[in-house]
Design a protein around this ligand. Structure first.
Ligand code: NAD
Length: 404
């Protein structure tokens, strides 16, 4: 049975583009009913959404939401604090759409899975990069079996910035962007590869490299590694090599999946196209060239697909809203990034950091569908993130300043 999705947005920075996108949809299908942020400037900016109730405190937002029939919460609050709010929302009968990352400790990975099972609410990770238009074409080619057996995949996400941009993105000393080790923001590099190949990480080993440029600003950003790379054994047998969020002089993001018959790849250098490549001995007779640059045909991704052209992150944000409509609207579809795949990614990032601190030690990623495996890590709350008073951090933010 279909229901109107009444969304409360928590966090008005990243949350704002979603309020805009949702307002373009049929309000009987999905609409935003409240927004919450403790930052006065961001709340002030919300005035442009006339009549939208605004709150600065989560509990008042939740109380109002319960009365207003709010049945879903979009979490766009601090990166490392999604889990407790997700659980709070689900315990109040609301579905959850969470920005990345799903969880910032192994303990939270366990708590989140148990909460989804206990409350029977829907959970979607709003990982949008898999839905960038060229990535959708790569997935289509892989689903058609074009590559043969996927053997190897690469994902790279790069977000460097000027000093002024970095200062704006890091508004206070204990902000998550100042302390986040380079493996933690793994979803934009790994998520697309998981979605394209239907796989998830099973083992992780990682390394990080220190940046001389970032060292100069460690007074306000102590996480002065410039990149980390994680090597993962995936559930489909493929090896994936992915970055977290890097600060390299490189393309913004790039993806490649290589099989035993063909490979596909895309990045800034392919200009929005997908490079399909065969070797001379694997090229099928009916394929004209060993190498082709394919332009994604948006119309082939559904009747509304052209609207993705006006959405952020290569159209990815548009598809997250469509995912919300299809998954939360009562149609019965499960999201690809359900709680289990989402926490598997978070765990790869968390254990990847321990690996970096210990010269590439290999870690097995727990199977969070299995309660026995969950019990083994349910108290593991090691974290590189301090609380608002600068307390509670149990791991270093960069490899230069402490291994364990
Ligand atoms: N998928 C993407 O493409 C993408 C892009 C940008 C950000 N993000 C993610 O979105 C999230 C938010 O990103 P951002 O750049 O807006 O971060 P941010 O730190 O600038 O903003 C978080 C907002 O949440 C508010 N907030 C946090 N805790 C609160 C509380 N207890 N009560 C009220 N308000 C609270 C803060 O005041 C702040 O305005 C992060 O998880 C980030 O990783 C994803």
């Amino acid at each position: 049975m279909s229901q109107t999705i009444k969304v409360g947005v928590f966090g008005a920075g990243r949350g704002e583009p979603y309020i805009d996108l949702i307002s373009r949809e049929d309000p009987d299908v999905i609409r935003v009913v409240a927004v919450c942020d403790k930052r006065a400037d961001r709340l002030e900016n919300m005035k442009k959404y006339e009549g939208l109730p605004r709150f600065s405190d989560f509990e008042s937002f939740l109380e109002y939401g319960k009365k207003a029939g709010m049945n879903a919460v979009f979490l766009a609050n601090f990166f490392h604090q999604h889990t407790p709010y997700a659980i709070r929302a689900m315990e109040n009968g609301m579905d959850v759409v969470s920005e990345c990352t799903a969880a910032s400790t192994l303990k939270e990975c366990v708590e989140l899975c148990r909460a989804v099972e206990r409350t029977e609410r829907k959970y979607i990770l709003a990982e949008n990069y898999p839905f960038m238009t060229p990535n959708l074409l790569m997935k289509k080619l892989i689903d058609q079996g074009t590559l043969g057996t996927p053997l190897y995949a690469e994902g790279e996400y790069n977000h460097s910035g000027t000093l002024a941009e970095l200062r704006e993105l890091t508004p206070f000393p204990n902000h998550w962007r100042a302390w986040m080790p380079r493996t933690y923001y793994v979803t934009h590099a790994m998520g697309p590869l998981m979605y394209m190949t239907g796989s998830e990480p099973r083992y992780v080993s990682a390394r990080a490299a220190h940046s001389g440029l970032l060292e100069k600003i460690r007074d306000f950003r102590p996480n002065d590694d410039g990149m980390a790379r994680l090597f993962c054994e995936m559930s489909n047998g493929m090896i994936a090599s992915v970055t977290g969020c890097t600060a390299m002089a490189s393309d913004y993001s790039r993806y490649r999946v290589a099989g035993d018959i063909a490979s596909v790849e895309q990045g800034g250098y392919t200009g929005g196209k997908v490079r399909l490549f065969y070797t001379s001995h694997t090229k099928p007779a009916d394929v004209p060239n060993e190498e082709e640059y394919l332009t994604p045909d948006l119309a082939s991704f559904g009747p509304k697909a052209e609207q993705a052209l006006n959405a952020g992150h290569g159209g990815g944000d548009f598809w997250i809203v469509q995912e919300m409509i299809e998954v939360l609207g009562g149609g019965g579809r499960e999201p690809f990034f359900d709680v289990y795949r989402s926490v598997a990614m978070s765990a790869a990032a968390i254990l990847g950091w321990r690996s970096c601190l210990n010269h590439g030690e290999n870690f097995r990623i727990p199977d969070f569908r299995n309660e026995e495996e969950r019990r083994a890590v349910e108290s593991d709350d090691l974290t590189p993130f301090p609380d608002e008073n600068g307390e509670g951090r149990t791991l270093p933010p960069s490899t230069r300043y402490g291994r364990y």
